[in-house]
Ligand binder design. Structure first.
Ligand code: SF4
Length: 384
């Protein structure tokens, strides 16, 4: 168990005794020793929690998923918040709960409906997992959301953090949470030097998070820790001068924490797709890979660009995808005599699930009245 030390108290003790030490290294070692020795009193935990929760009462974020204890709604928010900023999530969350207000409605929806509602948030596996989890809860638990963490963790897409977040925010169970914001705060509070990507680093973070947790009202405490990471203990320039728990913080160089493995370099990718329009309908293909289940412009073979007479693309855009920057190039192509398996003609794309880069491409091309041009082009027999 650790405790925190007031910075001022530590400084005065250091001033009084460091004169007996021989070198800067001695002083450094001794200071660390003092810290770890003083780290034993539970009152400091209580003082830390009080400072944090008091600050949160006045400055915490008012987020829509904090106004409910419905575990389903909280689960939706947690899935959406993975890899996505709060400001982006809020309108999606509100719209989602109007469209699928409970587990039963989500469990009965088609995959296309669910992906369509998720469209624009990216990382579509989250939407598929959410639907599968809803189906499992309906079948296995008669629609009653399980309270036990090990039961939650058997549901599709629910890992340790998500299960703990639902247990804490919906059921007020006294369990710790560690995600990007809280991990950053904890590494700084405890001056952790281990990489947060390593097993040891992760294990320590969960231990520290557990050590700070109050026995009651863990939901408020965990929300406060999240907000501290989001508003004060931010990644690049932590606002230590206004931090409510500065007196308890052991970080010497907070901006250098947390330590992480180097990120893989961004790779460039070019993806080539066809725009094929006939009689006011567009040909699309159901993706089996990155956007599984969603409709995309039919992919062209990689050797298409090596053909001598291909024309310029009618549309190009660049979008990020994990560690890639993908250039989407769209070429107009004539309608095939027979469409391939997984392909279908659509008169309207309004109700179908499409990844945003492909929907934007089609919107831009159809805005340019491309279908008319293309059909004229086709009828002139020049379909390169
Ligand atoms: Fe983060 Fe600075 Fe507060 Fe420490 S004092 S918790 S580094 S903001």
């Amino acid at each position: 168990m650790y405790e925190f030390i007031s910075e001022n108290a530590e400084r005065s003790t250091l001033n009084a005794q460091s004169s007996t030490l021989n070198s800067a290294l001695d002083v450094e070692r001794w200071a660390l020793d003092v810290r770890s020795q003083i780290v034993r009193s539970p009152e400091n935990f209580a003082a830390f929690r009080r400072s944090l929760v008091r600050w949160h009462r006045d400055h915490g974020r008012d987020l829509p998923w904090r106004r409910t204890r419905d575990p389903y709604a909280i689960l939706v928010s947690e899935f959406m918040l993975q890899q996505t900023q709060v400001a982006t999530v809020i309108p999606y969350y509100n719209k989602w709960l109007r469209r699928f207000p409970d587990l039963a409605l989500l469990a009965n929806a088609s995959e296309n409906e669910v992906l369509r509602a998720w469209q624009g948030l990216g990382y579509y596996a989250r939407a598929r997992n959410l639907r599968v989890a809803a189906k499992t809860i309906m079948l296995r638990y008669g629609g009653k959301f399980p309270r036990a963490i090990d039961q939650m963790r058997q549901l599709s897409g629910i890992g340790k953090y998500t299960a703990h977040a639902v247990a804490s925010f919906a059921f007020n169970q006294s369990v710790p949470i560690v995600e990007a914001n809280t991990a950053r705060v904890l590494t700084r509070l405890f001056n952790l030097r281990e990489s947060t990507d390593s097993n040891t680093g992760r294990k320590k973070l969960w231990q520290h998070a557990a050590s700070l947790l109050p026995k009651s009202d863990a939901a408020t405490f965990n929300s406060a820790l999240l907000d501290l990471g989001a508003l004060i203990c931010v990644a690049r320039k932590p606002k230590c001068d206004v931090c409510p728990v500065k007196a308890f913080c052991l970080a010497k160089n907070p901006a250098a924490l947390p330590v992480r493995k180097a990120r893989p370099q961004t790779k460039q990718l070019v993806e080539v797709h066809a725009l094929i329009v006939r009689s006011g309908r567009i040909l699309l293909e159901q993706s089996r890979h990155r956007w599984r289940g969603m409709w995309i412009l039919p992919p062209l073979q990689p050797d298409f660009l090596e053909q001598p007479n291909f024309r310029r693309p009618v549309y190009e855009s660049v979008f990020p995808f994990t560690h890639h920057l993908v250039t989407l190039s769209v070429y107009r192509r004539p309608a095939p005599k027979r469409i391939a398996p997984g392909q279908q003609w659509f008169g309207s794309i309004e109700e179908i699930a499409m990844p945003s880069p492909h929907r934007r491409a089609i919107d831009a091309l159809l805005d340019a009245d491309f279908s008319v041009q293309h059909e004229q082009h086709e009828s002139s027999g020049n379909g390169s």
